[in-house]
Design a protein around this ligand. Sequence first.
Ligand code: GLU
Length: 469
Amino acid sequence: MTVRVRFAPSPTGMFHVGGARSALQNWIFAKQQGGVFVLRIEDTDAARNRPEWTEGILSALDWIGIARGSYEGPYFQSSYAGEHRAAAQRLYEGGRAYYCDCTREDVQARTGPQQRGYDGFCRDRGLEPGEGRALRFRTPDEGETVVVDLVRGEPTFENKLIEDFVIARGDGSPVFLLANVVDDMSMGITHVIRAEEHLPNTPKQQLLWDALGVKPPIWAHVPVVVNEKRQKLSKRRDKVALEAYRDEGYLADAMRNYLMLLGWAPSGDREIVPWSVIEEEFRLDEVNPSPAFFDEKKLRAFNGDYIRALPVEDFVEACRPWLTGTETIAPPPWQPDEFDPAAFAAVAPLAQTRIAVLSEIVPNVDFLFLADPLIDEAAWAKAMKEGAADLLDAAIVAFEALESWDAESLKATLEAVGAERGLKLGKAQAPVRVAVTGRTVGLPLFESLEVLGRDRTLTRLRAARVRLV
Ligand code: GLU
């Protein structure tokens, strides 16, 4: 039997990193089993869906290597409303579901506010379908439902504790729980790999599979993703959108490697491994069921390692969206015709070892392309203390006299200027750096000055000197 898995996101917001993790796990599992990956967009919640979220999911999947055209779908759940209704009808006709006209208040009046769930009041009332009547599934009174789960073993649920849950609302529309099962069934899904938060639904869904007469799939409920406070990652509190990481300059390879480490690790004492190793070694039954910590700091460090490992030409290419701006990435502060590719190529290797995300390229190189540097006033105040004017005067004179404008000569010159004033190189550099780049930190100073050139360097030093008068 061919393995068929599906990734079934609801397009109700930006694409969550936890979703991306589940998608990758489905993708790898399908590949290892020679199976098929199906993408199904669960868009039945019309009030919360937006087409741009669907597009966001497709493009984010594409970005992490699940390319459009290389999977089955996307299918849209909303196109199968007829099937969902037919299944509800079949369950009703087969006596597996019944109509119920209880309101929540009715139920609570009978059971008291403490008890949760439905009390089965309408089970044997034989109500006909009608406006405002919900359809409830008649859960078995006895026995247990054993869920075969590759990550969690065999979670077992006592049937008598499962309430008679609603499968179609008072207006006749089937609920998500049923639609999800009917689609999995008609798409021939053999393994459902999804987040742990769906586990409480699983015994109900498995009962629906049984009642509809189809062998249920094998399940794998992968761990919930949490923040450093062990709270479930939420879009209101945490940075969860895969698109946000992409636009900040995380590399797709770093991101997908990191996502696969949420609850799993490759063999040996390694974390950064080629994708081919992950594709070969990943096993669902090795996934740790406990909550997985999404450690943004670690991801950043990871990304820095991936950036440093790039051939420099690839690094230059990877920076391009931040150097020009795109639909989703803000343009840099310089005008397009101010950009100088040769100057960028000259400093790129210096930047490559220093940045952790690609968007950081912009503040590191903007001094090269702007007519005047963007002065950070706090940096200015810190660097331009007593003695700064005198130091700048001396640096200007010494730099003007330089025969060769290269990093080494610039360094030796400023070192000498500083020494005459009892200043170590670091102290002597600070006013020069702020005058020329506007910041106290950045790329190595003397290489930066070499690339910026004599005229522009001197102009900036003189402008700073004037400001200090
Ligand atoms: N549409 C559901 C969600 O986005 C997925 C349900 C499932 O994977 O079965 O949470």
